[in-house]
Design a protein around this ligand. Structure first.
Ligand code: HSE
Length: 444
């Protein structure tokens, strides 16, 4: 049977990995997919560089629309990234009746509803395993392997750059900027690294997983997003002393009131496997009512790990693309006509309604009654304390005045109540600096 012909838009780190792995493993891939899969056309702005990468047998063009217009091409891989031209090209490829494979989490988290609707109307597939956690087959696990379950929550380290930075800061005492440069050098970071360090990239991925887990539309605009730029080395150290590691987690959780969707630094008990995921590795924990807790671990970025996910999608499409479109696995795991009703029944909650526990660090004057006033405010707000750690006082002011760090771990409470208590504590004259608040996830 004739090979499936694939057009590749953008041959950077992931594109060249995809080309190389597909070529290297072509015999096995053919045996798995039932027919050959071949990249026969590539579009890239740097035509000469692209031609050198793929060799003479592959047609290279500077205009992506030439790939979409080619009637021989069955599947288009979009590896351009971003919301701009990539969106236009994906929609044009769908309109031309091509199946699409993309690693573009930003595009799907923000415009997924429009793109999936266009694909369903046209009877083509949009596959995106590479968009979440790189080489880890988490989309397939959520959409197919765990389909029997009512998913309770997902918590993931889904940004390798920030996990690398946090690991380097803790292990080697590196400064934030040095660790970020190293992550960029190793090719983990996004083109715009603020997407990594401000939590936006992780929020794109968490948004996609929340839709698949709970049968709701992708709603990036409802996600709470907080990155790692405000984290201090002191907090990483104190957390360790209390038996926790700080990780940037993407969390989505079913509650009786709706869906939590949030990305922020979190304290995780050191004894959890996920707390020991180091460097640029990714890991996703999924809690289902039938299966219990499951954990998926692997490389979340890089050339061939991401290519592994792209090619898995190519094989899926090759196997399924002759099947009646109504019998395919739905893009977001649930039938599209059920998503809007679920959006009303399962609203994504505002951050003020999220329930979690907290690590607080207060820089306080080392005076009688300070601890009592702080704990009094928490007691008044019905926020229960789990642990308190007070460091030895440092002499900092004149006339022997001293300051100290007061670290408090709390039990669960609703975020809005904690916000009010924090405002009250911050207003005390004996609280000398902005209070650090990091959320804590036991993940039990
Ligand atoms: N910048 C991303 C990361 C790459 O650091 O995980 C994969 O999405």
């Amino acid at each position: 049977m004739k090979s499936i012909q694939v057009g590749l838009l953008g041959i950077g780190v992931v594109g060249s990995g995809t080309f190389n792995v597909l070529r290297r493993n072509q015999d096995e891939i053919r045996r798995r997919a039932g027919r050959g899969i071949e990249i026969t056309m590539v579009a890239d702005l740097d035509v000469a560089r692209a031609q050198a990468l793929v060799g003479k047998g592959v047609q290279v063009v500077g205009d992506a629309r030439a790939v979409i217009a080619n009637p021989e091409i069955d599947i288009v891989i979009e590896l351009i990234g971003g919301y701009g031209i990539a969106k236009t090209l994906v929609l044009e490829a769908i309109a031309a009746g091509k199946h699409v494979v993309t690693a573009n989490k930003a595009l799907l988290a923000v415009h997924g509803t429009e793109i999936f609707a266009a694909a369903s109307a046209k009877g083509v597939m949009v596959a995106f395993e590479a968009a979440v956690a790189g080489g880890i087959p988490i989309i397939k696990a959520l959409r197919e392997g765990l389909t029997a379950n009512s998913i309770q929550w997902i918590a993931g380290i889904i940004n390798g750059t920030t996990n690398f930075i946090l690991s380097e800061m803790r292990d080697k005492g590196l400064d934030f900027d040095v660790a970020l440069k190293e992550a960029q050098r190793l090719g983990y970071a996004e083109a715009d690294p603020t997407f990594d360090i401000e939590g936006v990239d992780a929020a794109h991925k968490a948004t996609i997983m929340s839709a698949i887990a709970f049968g709701i539309p992708v709603q990036f605009d409802r996600a709470y997003v907080e990155g790692i730029t405000q984290l201090g080395a002191a907090d990483i150290k104190y957390a360790e002393q209390l038996g926790y590691r700080i990780k940037l987690l993407g969390i989505t959780k079913r509650t009786p009131h709706g869906i939590e969707l949030r990305v922020h630094p979190s304290l995780v008990p050191v004894k959890r496997l996920i707390a020991n995921v180091e460097g640029a590795m990714n890991a996703v924990m999924v809690q289902g009512d039938a299966v219990g807790t499951t954990l998926y671990y692997g490389k979340g970025a890089g050339s061939e790990p991401t290519a592994s996910a792209v090619i898995a999608d190519l094989v899926d499409i090759t196997r399924l693309h002759t099947v009646d479109p109504l019998n395919r696995v739905p893009h977001l795991a649930f039938q599209p006509q059920t998503l809007d009703q679920a959006k009303t029944q399962l609203p994504v909650l505002p951050m003020g309604e999220v329930v979690t526990s907290y690590y607080l660090r207060l820089r306080v004057a080392d005076q009688a009654g300070v601890l009592a006033r702080v704990t009094g405010i928490l007691a008044q707000a019905d926020i229960s304390i789990d642990a308190v750690l007070q460091r030895e006082a440092d002499e900092v002011g004149g006339e022997g005045s001293t300051q100290t760090d007061l670290i408090i771990l709390t039990h669960d409470c609703v975020e809005a109540r904690m916000n009010d208590a924090l405002a009250e504590m911050q207003a005390l004259s004996t609280v000398l600096a902005p209070i650090t608040r990091i959320r804590k996830e036991e993940l039990a």
